[in-house]
Design a protein around this ligand. Structure first.
Ligand SMILES: [Zn+2]
Length: 267
């Protein structure tokens, strides 16, 4: 599934069409395609894994799901879900979900939750995480309301990088680990973006699809974890498990540890 950075790359590739008039809109999507004809494409934005085409008064939202694909000035043999033709080129979208959105985007999108957005707000993410202490970190990173744009690869790599076991509970993380989780969700996403542009993303993977831990030489384990049961690669040796077993005790432990680290402890 394309993750947030891949959508940013798609958006950048499509920017030459910004301000250009749609001459034809075709494809097997059920949206009212005729509405787009002769309209100017006002802007293209992304929110996490959503690619948004803005027109005057409404937007077209596309979501690439598991096998979505886009092509600029190129075509596949199959019928696109949506194809937008301009005087100098075309955008073709395949195997994606397409929807017309009538509301202003600011009303429905929390830009502060998008890890790649200028509006990204780590404090807001922290607040949302604190409100769900029993959640597994593997689920937290994939939660699009908290970390919009983070997908399975970013999740695996961030947890490896900060040395946190995917089955750790959010509420049991020490403060510095919670901070690292939030910071690296954004930092790794930008690394991903850069490496993807350089076609070196796979080369930089340290946990995802790997067999051996580059830190200690132990075996990387693959398990299907969390609510989504996505492939999770981790090193059980150097990624610390916080909060397994008794959740309440773990939360207390985590809270105490945080208090200490944040200098609020009265001990
Ligand atoms: Zn290791």
């Amino acid at each position: 599934m394309p993750e947030g950075p891949s959508l940013v790359i798609a958006q950048e590739e499509m920017m030459p069409f910004k301000g250009k008039k749609v001459l034809a809109a075709t494809g097997n999507s059920k949206i009212e395609k005729d509405r787009l004809i002769n309209l100017k494409l006002v802007d293209i934005k992304t929110w996490g894994k959503h690619l948004l085409f803005l027109f005057d008064g409404f937007s077209v939202r596309t979501h690439f799901l598991m096998f979505g694909k886009y092509m600029v000035n190129e075509r596949k043999d199959t019928v696109p879900r949506l194809s937008l033709q301009f005087s100098k080129g075309e955008i073709n979208l395949y195997t994606c979900a397409v929807k017309l959105i009538e509301e202003p985007l600011d009303e429905i999108y929390d830009w502060k939750a998008d890890v790649l957005s200028d509006a990204w707000d780590p404090k807001a993410a922290r607040k949302k995480l604190r409100a769900q202490p029993d959640m597994l970190v593997t689920d937290a990173l994939l939660d699009q309301n908290i970390f919009s744009g983070v997908g399975n690869i970013i999740k695996n790599e961030v947890l490896y990088r900060i040395q946190v076991h995917p089955k750790s509970r959010v509420g049991a993380l020490p403060a510095r680990k919670l901070t690292a989780l939030i910071d690296q969700a954004r930092i790794y996403s930008f690394d991903f973006l850069q490496w993807k542009k350089e076609f070196t993303l796979r080369k930089h993977w340290l946990a995802h699809t790997k067999k051996t831990c580059s830190r200690d030489g132990n075996k990387i384990v693959k398990e299907y974890l969390g609510k989504t049961q996505r492939r999770t690669f981790f090193c059980p040796h150097c990624q610390v498990l916080y909060g397994e077993g008794d959740i309440v005790a773990a939360r207390k432990q985590g809270a105490n540890r945080r208090k200490k680290e944040e200098g609020m402890s009265d001990e």
